[in-house]
Write a protein that binds this ligand. Structure first.
Ligand code: RIB
Length: 296
């Protein structure tokens, strides 16, 4: 059965520079290449979920500019429902300036139109959320809109996966409204106001909500109750890790009905495939590619 996913989040144009290494402050380097590709955590998660076969609606905002036109066309081409993506007058679309060196990245996001996503905007998507099997929300939109998503999901009885990236502290009662938190270690420490050096398993046990914690090349850990369990990563050649977390979250939401352990395994596999190409969305797998990869 087709899964229905709603994503509430950011839409950015990614300005990606490939460099031999990251420059030091004040240093100028000659780069190896430059591409402009669609991104933004919300849009990335929407595209990844759609490629995995879900019916996806995105709640977000674009500026009325050339980037906005390109991003809108790209999302429509992926089959994402944009009924709840507003075009804001006198606003630029969000951008992310990304430097990629040796498979790692550094990112500066300018939210622009993404800062215009409001609780009213989320409430207007009430009917879409009510029909959803799962809702995904990240933290590149205003906190009030994140809170509205969590509260609406709770009211409707729809599981909300909160991907707390980029990390900001949040009130504990908001965290308990989420079905799962999907941070990395640093993000979980920020969420809990803890020392990032603290053992991540201890942090997971202290979280007020079940946690699925991503560890990059070390895979993922997940905990519903009791002790955290581990899912190792899949070995691939890393070209660009941008969007790996977004692919992971989307797959987790799409396959959640198969049970948490299976969903985390599939999420790790989908994330592995996503890092084999440059750009956040380029490497995101379709359902049949994921199946073939897992069968190997
Ligand atoms: O998660 C990756 C995304 O973070 C990039 O596409 C960029 O737009 C930033 O939002």
């Amino acid at each position: 059965m087709t899964r229905r996913i709603v994503v509430v989040g950011s839409i950015n144009m990614d300005l990606v520079t490939q460099a031999p290494r990251f420059p030091q402050p004040g240093e100028t380097l000659l780069g190896d290449g430059f591409v402009t590709v669609p991104g933004g955590k919300g849009a990335n998660q929407a595209v990844a979920a759609a490629r995995l076969g879900a019916e996806v609606a995105l709640v977000g905002a674009l500026g009325r500019d050339a980037f906005g036109d390109q991003l809108q066309a790209g999302l429509l081409g992926e089959g994402v429902d944009l009924q709840h993506v507003q075009r804001l007058d006198d606003q630029a679309s969000g951008t992310a300036s990304i430097t990629v060196a040796a498979g790692e990245n550094q990112i500066v996001v300018v939210p622009a139109a993404n800062a215009g996503v409001t609780p009213a905007h989320v409430e207007a998507a009430h009917a879409a959320l009510a029909r959803a099997d799962a809702v995904l929300v990240q933290m590149e939109i205003p906190l009030e809109a994140i809170e509205a998503t969590l509260r609406l999901g709770q009211r409707l009885g729809v599981p909300v996966i909160l991907n707390p990236a980029p990390a900001r502290p949040l009130p504990t009662d908001w965290l308990t409204l989420a079905r799962y938190l999907t941070p990395n270690q640093h993000e979980l420490a920020v969420l809990l106001g803890a020392d990032p050096a603290e053992d991540f398993r201890a942090l997971m046990r202290r979280a007020p909500t079940p946690v699925v914690l991503t560890r990059g090349s070390e895979g993922a850990w997940y905990r519903e109750h009791g002790e955290p369990a581990h899912q190792p990563s899949f070995a691939v050649e890393v070209v660009d890790s941008t969007g790996a977390g977004d692919t992971f979250n989307a797959a987790l939401a799409v396959f959640l009905h198969e049970g948490l352990a299976t969903a985390v395994r599939k999420a790790c596999a989908a994330a592995a495939l996503s890092v084999t190409r440059l750009g956040a969305q380029q490497g995101m797998p379709r359902a049949r590619e994921l199946d073939a990869f897992l069968a190997r």
